[in-house]
Design a protein around this ligand. Structure first.
Ligand code: GLY
Length: 359
């Protein structure tokens, strides 16, 4: 294990996010007292799951590897039920642990399986994607998708600890790494402008190759999220700022039938939220323009189809963050100064969309 950074998350159930390389060795101390550990993983992560199972076995913990379908296909009630059957067959008790090895979908599922088993057992996400490290794995949101929509069934269930093993990013395909950067950019605008300076000074190629920069970006983004969820686990106030760029982003994902990468949709959503704040007279043009510039520099999309506006508006009105039919947007009043734009009128919404669609 090389140098390890511990980022604390406070609250009723405090835990640390560990950032570093080759971190699997830290797992046994996070799950002390467990006799059994279910290791949920998607097929591409079998090698890593096997390594974790072997390491736990050597420490006297009985590992139960459970393969689940990759990505969103694994976040279903049927898959969760299959996991619970296996926990039951293995005699899982309150002191046992669920480990989720994978991207955001697998860790969301693992957390949900743990949240419901015996009304809540410990769990540890071992995040293997950039998006998972800086978003899904931190903050205790767990859940599955149902016919009614994505993430509508779930629980707040903070983990016992989070492993962000940067060595796992060495083999992450470049497009996935780039998509994950959209959430990092979001953290830069809502709370930590140094992130933006780092990205502007080290555009894509060097960021991808230079571990030092990538590590600093992960640590800074995790710190932003850790600080927010430390004071508002249940999204009763401050946590809403993590939704910056997501209102239009979620609508694009829905209109695209979830075939667009989440990070790509959030990227367009960030440009839109900045345009909205500028059109509303709340954000200066330079900071608004910086959104498009930094996202484009990273190779992320910054525009979307003009003719999609009616569908996007309809999708935003049923977003789970909307209040009744009134739309709410996280916007910026300045760099690092997020606030809420509540119930903007249709003309403002449309004018901001024209900047995204180029119409
Ligand atoms: N992904 C936003 C949140 O965790 O609140």
């Amino acid at each position: 294990m090389d140098e390890l950074t511990r980022i604390p998350v406070a609250g009723d159930h405090p835990y640390d996010v560990l950032v570093g390389r080759d971190l699997f060795g830290a797992l046994p101390t996070l799950i002390e007292g467990a006799e059994r550990a279910a290791v949920l993983y998607a097929p591409p992560l079998k090698e890593q799951a096997d390594a974790i199972a072997e390491l736990l076995g050597a420490r006297g913990v009985r590992a139960l590897p459970i393969e689940v379908p990759d990505a969103e296909a694994g976040k279903t009630a049927e898959v969760a039920a299959r996991c619970w059957e296996q926990l039951g067959a293995a005699g899982f008790t309150r002191t046992d642990v669920v480990v989720g090895v994978g991207g955001g979908a697998v860790t969301d599922l693992a957390g949900f399986v743990a949240a419901c088993w015996l009304r809540g057992v410990r769990w540890v996400p071992v995040s293997t994607s950039l998006l998972g490290m800086v978003d899904a794995a931190v903050g205790g949101k767990t859940g599955i998708n149902t016919a009614a929509g994505k993430n509508l069934v779930g629980a707040f269930h903070p983990p016992a600890g989070v492993l962000c093993d940067l060595a796992l990013l060495d083999t992450l395909p470049a497009p996935e790494l780039v998509a994950g950067l959209a959430e990092v950019v979001k953290c830069g605008f809502i709370a930590d402008p140094v992130i933006l300076e780092l990205l502007e000074a080290h555009p894509l190629g060097p960021v991808y190759r230079d571990r030092g920069v990538l590590r600093e970006l992960v640590e800074r983004a995790v710190r932003v999220k850790a600080d927010v969820v430390s004071s508002d686990l249940r999204e009763s106030g401050l946590r809403e700022i993590l939704n910056y760029g997501h209102t239009l982003g979620h609508a694009i994902e829905k209109v695209e039938g979830y075939r667009w990468r989440h990070g790509h949709a959030v990227s367009v959503g960030l440009v839109y939220a900045a345009a909205l704040a500028r059109c509303a007279g709340r954000l200066d043009p330079l900071t608004a323009g910086r959104h498009r510039a930094v996202l484009a520099l990273l190779g992320l999309p910054t525009s979307y189809r003009a003719d999609a506006w009616p569908e996007l508006l309809a999708a935003m009105r049923v977003d789970k963050k909307a209040r009744g039919s009134r739309l709410r947007f996280v916007v910026l009043d300045g760099l690092g100064r997020p606030s809420i734009l509540d119930g903007p009128d249709d003309a403002l919404l449309r004018a901001a969309y024209q900047e995204v669609s180029g119409a």
